[in-house]
Design a protein around this ligand. Structure first.
Ligand code: ADP
Length: 266
């Protein structure tokens, strides 16, 4: 009987091992599938603008003699725009890699929120030219300890999205308030908003709500990077739909340094 029990035990252990092996193999296959999908997505994003550059450059070379000045300027415009898009994508990929390697060390220094908002708005002036920009910053915002470069990049990403996903002639609002130990910065738009129930996914790498969003020269990395940058500075970023009308609202909260809190309390 003891021998029989021992055999049964050995069989049970063998089965558990088999199931575990199967699990492991399935997980490995899933990781492989994900890696493959990622590679396909990245090569698509690299090759699309590159194909446009090559096409325009070849046309310029082959038809140089017959093209008018306007057609040449158009082709050069394409080459520049698509190269910029390629460059943005590569910078994003590098930022993402640095974040995932834990290699983003924010250079924290006293920073005026209004000043950074101003610089970011100037950087997106062109993309927001057809929108109404409303700046609503509380006058008593405390100085924060931020990495100005990272914070500016986050604001540029959020403002750029507001411009991309909300129609022309709508308002894009930047609002900032102090709330206890934090400063809350909101970017509100009047666009289509985000899919309810699936909102968190916008922070996933390479995630786009609509297939067509890929066409808008986006990389699908902007929000993932923004979240990484803000978290590296001790803050949070969340997304929601507006409660007062259609449109999205992205909220960044950043901690007020302890010294400032004490200074104000004193
Ligand atoms: P992308 O480069 O595609 O804009 P992001 O990471 O910045 O990548 O955004 C991911 C996706 O989230 C976008 O493709 C878009 O589908 C959605 N999204 C981002 N911002 C907004 C917004 N303000 N309104 C509606 N959808 C948005």
């Amino acid at each position: 009987l003891l021998d029989a029990l021992a055999d049964m035990g050995a069989l049970a252990i063998e089965r558990v091992r088999l199931v575990e092996d199967l699990d492991r193999a399935e997980r490995a296959a899933e990781t492989d599938r994900l890696r493959q999908a990622l590679l396909t997505s990245i090569s698509h994003d690299l090759r699309t603008p590159l194909a446009s550059v090559l096409g325009a450059a070849s046309t310029l070379r082959d038809l140089e003699a017959v093209l008018g000045a306007e057609a040449k300027a158009d082709l050069l415009g394409t080459i520049i725009e698509e190269s910029e898009r390629l460059n943005r994508f590569i910078v994003n990929l590098l930022d993402m890699t640095r974040l995932e390697a834990g290699a983003v060390a924010p250079n924290l220094a006293p920073q005026d929120v209004a000043e950074t908002v101003d610089t970011a708005l100037r950087r997106v002036e062109k993309v927001l030219a057809a929108h109404r920009v409303v700046v609503d910053l509380a006058p008593d915002l405390p100085t924060l300890r931020l990495d100005a470069v990272l914070f500016e990049q986050v604001l540029v990403n959020l403002l750029d999205n507001a411009a991309k996903y909300a129609p022309e002639d709508t308002s894009v609002t930047v609002r900032a308030r102090r709330e206890g130990g934090h400063v809350r910065i909101e970017i509100l738009d009047e666009g289509v908003g985000l899919p309810e129930g699936d909102i968190e996914r916008v922070f996933d790498k390479f995630y786009r709500v609509r297939k067509s969003d890929r066409v808008r020269a986006g990389t699908g990395l902007g929000l993932a990077i923004s979240r990484g940058f803000v978290e590296a500075m001790g803050g949070t970023v969340t997304a929601a739909n507006r409660s007062d009308r259609t449109g999205a609202v992205f909220t960044v909260t950043l901690p007020v340094p302890a010294r400032t809190t004490k200074d104000i309390a004193a």
